[in-house]
Design a protein around this ligand. Structure first.
Ligand code: DAH
Length: 331
């Protein structure tokens, strides 16, 4: 065999391999090519199989050429592998790129209704004072809404004008005070509770009245509680709500408190009634089985819409129930 034949074959092999390597688009294909040209049974091995038939004097030169071809093909494979790996990373980066300048998907977000946010704000203050939240049913019996709260059977508050009675003789609670009784029946003193909830009255709806409204009730029962504790508690609460304001207590009457008072705050130059309160009447304590010689308590109840309207300068209570987003979106 002529050494030139082998040399030609080797040169042709290198050219073919390098052309093939340049075409490859995946690492798998590249590996196939490596096996095809440089593998044990690959083209290079086959060409070198012809070396045995060369003159001994030609072998070193052809062997050196074969080595060069092998190194050149190997270098071509390495270079292409590096290029393919870099391209794969580039492609992944491009696919995972976040376009932070792209406009977001608009999702309208809900928010707390002003009645809810007012309740939350008030409850937070009482929770800070050590109160826990209690709730009760909106459909009540005469006993929890009136009787146990020391309303006399002929008290005008039970009148059809005020109360929404149900056909079965039950009623829609007219205040959250009913929950005082339910809670005291189930728990022993000391008691500190805040009771938010919906109430109902047969009121004709106008700018300041609604047949459905909300109250927040508070009740504390313990040994040795006095009117001074009531006063201090309400002062702390009202200052937390309204800031540094003037407060006044006016004597009043509620069947379930004795003495009773109404609390006004001075708001934008005029006195504004914000709640009723008083020392729990001994008859109420007796109704739930507490000994009024041992325990005393104080209670208060306030209208949530009233407070929300003052805080947000809302002119008409009906706006709070209108579900008009143009109004609600302001809060
Ligand atoms: N329940 C009363 C009402 O609806 C408000 C009230 C007054 C609650 C005095 C109280 C209180 O707990 O002590 O008008």
């Amino acid at each position: 065999m002529q050494p030139n034949d082998l040399e030609t074959q080797l040169t042709a092999l290198q050219a073919e391999a390098q052309a093939a390597i340049a075409q490859v688009t995946s690492l798998d294909e590249l590996e196939q090519l490596r096996l095809k040209y440089l593998g044990k049974k690959g083209s290079l091995s086959q060409v070198l199989g012809g070396m045995g038939r060369l003159d001994a004097s030609d072998r070193p030169r052809i062997g050196a050429i074969a080595n060069e071809v092998k190194e050149a093909v190997q270098a071509g494979l390495d270079q292409q592998r590096t290029a393919l790996q870099a391209a794969a990373i580039e492609a992944q980066l491009a696919a995972e790129t976040l376009d932070v300048t792209m406009p977001g998907v608009f999702r309208p977000q809900g928010r707390a209704h002003p009645i809810t946010s007012t309740i939350d704000q008030m409850v937070d203050i009482f929770v800070g004072l050590g109160y826990t939240v209690a709730t009760g049913p909106e459909m009540e019996t005469d006993y929890y809404n009136f009787g146990a709260l020391n309303f006399q059977p002929d008290h005008p508050a039970r009148d059809m004008q005020d109360t929404l009675f149900l056909p079965d003789g039950n009623l829609l609670r007219t205040h959250t005070s009913s929950v005082q009784i339910r809670y005291m029946e189930e728990n022993d003193p000391p008691i500190r509770i805040a009771i938010p909830g919906r109430c109902y009255r047969r009121d004709t709806v106008d700018a300041t009245h609604s047949a459905v409204f909300h109250q927040l009730e508070i009740l504390a029962v313990d040994e040795g509680l006095t009117f001074n504790d009531l006063r201090g508690t309400l002062k702390v609460f009202l200052e937390a709500m309204f800031g540094d304001i003037e407060i006044r207590f006016r004597p009043s009457y509620f069947p379930f408190t004795e003495p009773s008072a109404e609390v006004d705050v001075r708001w934008k130059g005029r006195w504004l009634e914000v709640m009723g309160c008083g020392m729990v009447d001994p008859n109420v304590l007796k109704a739930v089985g507490y000994d009024p010689e041992v325990y005393t308590g104080f209670a208060a109840g306030l209208g949530i819409e009233r407070i929300a309207m003052v805080m947000h300068q809302i002119d008409d209570i009906r706006r709070l129930y209108g579900s008009d987003l143009r109004f609600l979106n302001q809060f």
